[in-house]
Every structure is written in C-alpha cells, then in structure tokens.
Write a protein that binds this ligand. Structure first.
Ligand code: CAA
Length: 419
C-alpha cells in the first residue's frame, strides 16, 4: 500500500547487546559476579525508551502512542503485559496508549509497522521499541522457548535446538543444490564477526572469528545438533547469538518534525514498508524465502525502487545460510549465487552494497524482539554518519531492512532515503 503521508524516523537508541562471551556480561567467572547483575527485561525496556527520547530530544509527553515488540518475555523473564512496562520507563508516558506486539523474531519489525500505521492514520509522534532478555535460561532451554516460533506440535521434535535445526535443513538443501562449500559459507560468519569487532554495542565485539575456525567443526566450533542427518550442516559459528538487549525509535510525520523543532535533515524518510505473513502449518521450498520475497517485492514496487538502488541493508541473518537466502529474496543475487557477493566484497562495509555493517544477528547479536527496531536504527546511523569504526566510506542514499520471524513466516521489510 502506498504511503498517504510522509513518515520519518527521527533516530533512537540501541542498548548494548550482551550475552555469553561479551566482556560486560555477568557470569560465574566474571570479576563482578555477585556484585552486580545483568539488566532485566524491565531495565532494558526503560534504557531503550529513555535513550530514544534523549537522543531525539523528544519529550515523553509528546509521544502519542507506542508499541513494544517482544517474543517470549513470559518464558525468559516471567513477565508479559509489556505495554504497561513501557509506560514505566517515564512518568510522562502514564495513561498513553501502548501495546506489545508479537511476531516471533519479527516482533520489533511489527512494532515499527504498527507505528507507521499510526502515522498513516493521523498521529504525528509515536515510539516503536523492542526488547528481549534471553540469558536467564541455558541455550538448550532457550531453544525450547524459541521453538514456539515454529509450529511447535509438528516441528519441536526435529532437534532440541529446533531453529538451528530448521536452518541446518535449509543449509543442507542449499549446499547440495548449488554446490556451496562449507568454507564459502564460513565467509558469511567471518564478515559478521569482523564487523561486530568494530562495533562497541555488539555482543561479539571481543570474539575473533578466523576463516579456519569458521570453516570446520572443532572443539572450539562444534556442530552441536543431535539430529544426525542435520548435524553436519550447522556449527556454532553459523548461529545468531542468544543476546539481551533493546532498541527504541521515534517516528514522526511532517507535522511531528515541526512540533519537535526538527528538520528533515535530522531524519531519514520511509519510502515503503511491507508486512507479509506465511502459513505456520506449511513449509515451502527450502531454497526460497517466499514470504521475504513477497514483502521485498512490495517494497520495491511501492517505493519505485529496484534491487540495484539499495546502498545499505540490514537483513535477518539468524543463521549464515539465511543471509544468503535473503540476498536472493531481495534480488541482489541469482539463485545459488549469493555467496559471490560476500566473497567479492560487495556486501563488506566498503563494498557496493554493505549488508549488516554492525555485525548482523550473528555478530551484533539477536535479542529477538529488539532486532527489527535495531535494523532500522542501523540504517539511520549509517545514513547520518554515526557508526564510528564501522561507518561506510560514503553515506548511503537508500537503505533496506528485512526482519523475519520464524522460518520465513512473518516478514517486515522497508526502504528508506536519507534526507
Ligand atoms: N563439543 C560438542 N558439543 C558442544 C560443545 C563442544 N565443544 N560445546 C557445546 N556443545 C553442545 C552441547 O550439546 C551444548 O548443550 P549443553 O550445554 O546442554 O551440554 C550445546 O552445544 C549448547 O552449548 P552452549 O550452551 O555452551 O552453547 P552456547 O551458549 O555457546 O550457544 C548456540 C551456542 C547453541 C549456537 C546458541 O548461540 C544458539 O542457540 N544460537 C541460536 C539462537 C536462535 O536460535 N535464535 C533464534 C534464531 S531463529 C529466528 O531468528 C526466527 C525466530 O522467529 C525464532
């Protein structure tokens, strides 16, 4: 659907994404163990929302409506009803209309899409946030919680690590169909970690991933699935992280810009947004992300863009194979050829189409509900030259986000222009 009003992203705030192997993450061998604790879900939401208000100079009282994307706060943190938790971030949010939205790993994208709908409907200043805290459980227990994003009754038994296993199945199908080698796929992980090493907010900021380690299963990089058929097709280095973190952003209309005393040059403009939903009970061709393809095609059509127009992108690399499938769904590579964009440097920070410059879900981390909001803010930050050591050499004119929930079931994609 074409936009009936101009809509701007005015910026926002991303908390550090932390978890195992992050220097600030408290675990039993951390020197601060027993002295302080990792931020809770409630604290993470507050930090993201207050940070977004501060970063954009938006008084909390000016927020007309807000959304919070979160997948399973009830399971990891015994906490639901997160609309009311967001209100707790600032006294001036009291009694405002706020709700939580859920679409698995696309929950943040749905918060963003809901905020856009509100501006289309006449609101001028709204807030979209996302947050998840996942380190309260072991990776194995967390995998059971995250499996609620699959069709649990049918797919939970594939492996205790259900999502890694579902994408191992895609990796197997893809590598067999297209002859992609383990070492070629490893370059996707190396790119993610290299980018994250330059990003002070990234979960994997301090972890090096050499090609040698990423390309072969070893004690340091185990193939950990119990499903014997799928085990050889996925290693720890192929996976996104179990991270805690939050992000929040302010969206405004032209009137909203004026009310806040801002100009277009403070913002990036939304060119188009699409939200596509697949059928939970049926899975299609493992070589194609069809819901993603559907969403991206609508974005191109509504924005009057073609794949070649995109100058920076954030795609949902929940696993390394997903990043390659996203390139193909977005029309940047022919089927089976996506890895060439990684191997020839096209999607590196200094390439023609930098993708996941802050490290993506593999390197920056993946606090599920926050990811879709973080992606939009990363495009904002690249366009405004705020990315520090991972800033692109030339600031991009047009950017794209693709946030995906489940196994290509809920997809929110958008395109933006710098102003
Ligand atoms: N040798 C053999 N096996 C080993 C091993 C070694 N050296 N080290 C670990 N393992 C195995 C063990 O079986 C271990 O299980 P136990 O702890 O129960 O023994 C298992 O691997 C996990 O080990 P860790 O807990 O030490 O692993 P970790 O904390 O380093 O986590 C990871 C690694 C399992 C890959 C974890 O990062 C992970 O689960 N990542 C994926 C997260 C995920 O799936 N997110 C959702 C993405 S899908 C999406 O985005 C869409 C949606 O809607 C959900």
């Amino acid at each position: 659907m074409a936009l009936n009003r101009r809509i701007f992203v005015l910026g926002g705030h991303i908390t550090p994404f932390i978890g195992k192997n992050h220097p600030d993450f408290i675990w039993k061998r951390h020197p601060d163990f027993g002295k302080r604790e990792n931020p809770t879900l409630e604290e993470t939401i507050t930090a993201a929302v207050r940070g977004a208000l501060d970063a954009t100079g938006t008084p909390a009282a000016a927020i007309e409506k807000a959304w919070i994307g979160n997948f399973v706060g009830e399971l990891f943190s015994n906490q639901g009803h997160l609309g009311a938790a967001l209100v707790g971030a600032h006294p001036d949010l009291l009694y405002k209309p706020v709700m939580r939205v859920e679409g698995a790993c696309a929950s943040g994208g749905l918060a963003f899409a809901s905020a856009v709908d509100a501006i289309r409907a006449g609101h001028d200043i709204v807030l979209a946030a996302g947050a998840e805290v996942q380190t309260t459980a072991s990776a194995r227990t967390g995998a059971d919680y995250l499996a609620r994003a699959s069709h649990y009754a049918r797919q939970r038994s594939i492996d205790e690590f259900t999502f890694p296993a579902m994408f191992a199945a895609r990796a197997k199908a893809y590598r067999q169909a297209h002859g992609l080698t383990e070492e070629e796929l490893a370059h996707v992980s190396v790119k993610a970690y290299n980018n994250a090493n330059k990003n002070p907010l990234a979960h994997m900021q301090a972890v090096k991933m050499e090609l040698e380690r990423a390309a072969h299963a070893s004690d340091k990089n185990p193939a950990f699935l119990a499903n014997e058929d799928l085990n050889p097709w996925l290693k720890v280095s192929d996976c996104s992280q179990v991270s805690d973190g939050g992000a929040a952003m302010i969206l405004v209309s032209e009137e909203g810009l004026k009310k806040l005393g801002k100009s277009e040059s403070d913002a990036i403009e939304l060119l188009a947004i699409a939200h596509s939903t697949g059928n939970l009970y049926e899975d299609g061709d493992p070589l194609v992300m069809d819901a993603t393809q559907h969403a991206v095609a609508q974005v191109y059509a509504n924005a009057g863009l073609s794949p070649a127009d995109i100058g920076v992108a954030e795609v949902h690399d929940c696993f390394t194979i997903t990043e390659l499938l996203m390139y193909e769904a977005a029309g940047w590579a022919d089927k089976g050829k996506a890895v060439e964009l990684v191997l020839d440097g096209t999607t590196a920070i200094d390439g023609k189409l930098p993708v996941n410059t802050g490290g993506g879900l593999v390197g920056f981390g993946h606090p599920v509900g926050a990811t879709g909001v973080k992606q939009v803010l990363e495009i904002y930050r690249q366009m405004k030259g705020q990315c520090g050591d991972y800033q692109m050499p030339t600031q991009p004119e047009v950017g794209m986000t693709i946030n995906m929930g489940g196994n290509d079931k809920t997809v929110v994609s958008a395109a933006f222009a710098n102003r």
